[in-house]
Design a protein around this ligand. Structure first.
Ligand code: UD1
Length: 426
């Protein structure tokens, strides 16, 4: 079994470059199913999740060429099935994002239910609510097997027709899926209480390049006028704000001095503000953000919210940092109902944390001690690496396939700023 071994690394220092965003790449790769001509995508990160969605596209009949250096050439003119298989869908929740594009292209989609990180129930009711509003009949089939192998959604329509869709929660995936179906629907779709994440804006920009007519992405009301057909385009994926935030916390937790390159600072406002509250000095210079960690971290409180609130995907990394602040810190998780699985792992390293429902109190400062720990999900894995940098002894992180799903060349990048991190096989 592969593991990452981390040692106390002192103050991390130097420049580190952020890759293209995983959470923008996945919906945009799914959306390539909507185009009928060549599509070139640039700055696609080299990640397990990207490989999975490319395999999903290939299984549907698209041609997907990896041209190297993060550039992909995709052509979906000849997609020949509307059915996605359990074997691929179960590997990653975001595979469900092909459902909207398949409905747009073929008026029909059969999808196994999605897998992915186990950070809550993560239902798909809002995706289906949106499709139904566009005139799609969605048959939900739930089988008996524990792994969901025989459960699927069969969706079909004579014609996609634009409509008003109100999302009860601004779900990122549901907003994306509905946008991708509506772009080829007849007439106007209005998504109200839409997610406002930068990745939604990137998807909208991409769909517009393909010939789509979309306005309002980045606000809570997205208006889509359906078009007959979408074509080809060249598009560069935005930088990964969560990877950037993770590197910023690496400076904060180690009292280091790191210049994070290829950042859109506006995408990181809550993260930057909270790091400043914790005592960091932040200097923005165009696409670079320099973070200087303090000698002593100040305790802070965070509450996760949909964008532009504090991102749930940064919660675990901040909790690692909070174990090093003198005093009580609190975290309130409002986006996912089961996103404190990292708490037990931090406790194995000596952290003092108590959880009450969706709120956690972190009592610092703890001298963390290296131990065997498990990446229970992607961001938990990243947070354990950060904790390992300040712990005494060696921290061995298992289940690192979660980390490889979302961080490109993580060891190499972190070694470049002085991180003592190596991959070993047990
Ligand atoms: C995306 C991100 C993920 C991030 C999350 C929240 C991708 C590939 N993943 O996930 O990294 O943590 O946004 O910022 O972009 N919900 C429903 N019904 C639905 C859909 C969602 O109740 O039909 C609930 C979920 O259970 C969860 C909340 O809404 O509690 C947020 O989920 P959502 O925004 O949909 O997250 P994802 O798109 O899965």
């Amino acid at each position: 079994m592969e593991k990452l071994v981390i040692e106390n690394s002192g103050k991390l220092q130097g420049n580190i470059r952020v890759s293209g965003a995983k959470n923008a790449s996945l919906p945009i790769l799914a959306a390539t199913l909507l185009g009928t001509e060549d599509i070139i995508l640039e700055d696609v990160p080299k990640l397990k999740d990207v490989e999975i969605i490319c395999d999903v596209l290939r299984a549907l009949g698209a041609s997907v060429e990896n041209l190297g250096d993060g550039t992909y050439k995709i052509n979906s003119k000849n997609i020949n099935t509307y059915e996605t298989k359990y074997e691929l869908m179960s590997k990653m929740r975001a595979s469900f994002l092909v459902m909207g594009p398949l409905l747009g292209r073929m008026n029909k989609a059969k999808n196994s239910l999605p897998g992915g990180c186990t950070i809550g129930a993560r239902p798909i009711d809002l995706h289906l609510k949106g499709f139904r509003a566009l005139g799609v009949e969605c048959e939900e089939h739930y089988g008996d097997s524990d792994n969901g192998q025989d459960s699927y959604i069969l969706a079909h329509t004579e014609n996609l027709v634009g409509n008003k869709v109100y999302l009860d929660f601004p779900s990122v995936g549901a907003t994306e899926n509905i946008m991708m179906a509506a772009v080829l629907a007849k007439g106007k779709t209005v998504i109200e209480n839409a997610a406002m994440e930068p990745e939604i804006v990137d998807l909208s920009n991409f769909l517009r390049k393909l010939g789509g007519n979309i306005k309002g992405a980045g606000t809570n009301t997205i208006i889509i006028e359906g078009v007959e057909k979408l074509y080809g385009a060249r598009h560069q994926i935005i930088p990964d704000r969560i990877e950037a935030g993770t590197f910023m916390v690496a400076a904060a937790i180690t009292g280091g001095d790191i210049v994070v390159e290829n950042v859109i600072p506006d995408h990181l406002r809550p993260v930057i503000s909270k790091l400043e509250e914790a005592g960091c000095i932040i200097k923005e210079d165009g696409e670079n953000v320099r973070v200087i960690g303090p000698e002593k971290l100040i305790p802070i409180d965070i509450k996760t919210l949909p964008y532009p609130g504090f991102p749930t995907d940064m919660q675990a990394q901040f909790m690692a940092m909070m174990t090093q602040a003198e005093g009580d810190n609190t975290v309130i998780e409002t986006v996912f109902e089961n996103r404190f699985m990292h708490v037990d792992e931090f406790k194995r390293m000596g952290a003092s944390i108590s959880v009450n429902d969706r709120s956690a109190t972190i009592n610092g400062r703890s001298q963390l001690v290296g131990n065997k720990v498990y990446a229970t999900d992607l961001r938990c894995g990243a947070a354990l690496i950060l904790a390992g940098f300040v712990a005494s002894g060696e921290t061995e992180i298992y289940n690192i396939y979660h980390i490889d799903r979302g961080y490109e060349n993580i060891e190499e990048k972190l070694r470049g700023i002085g991180g003592k991190i190596r991959r070993e096989i047990d």
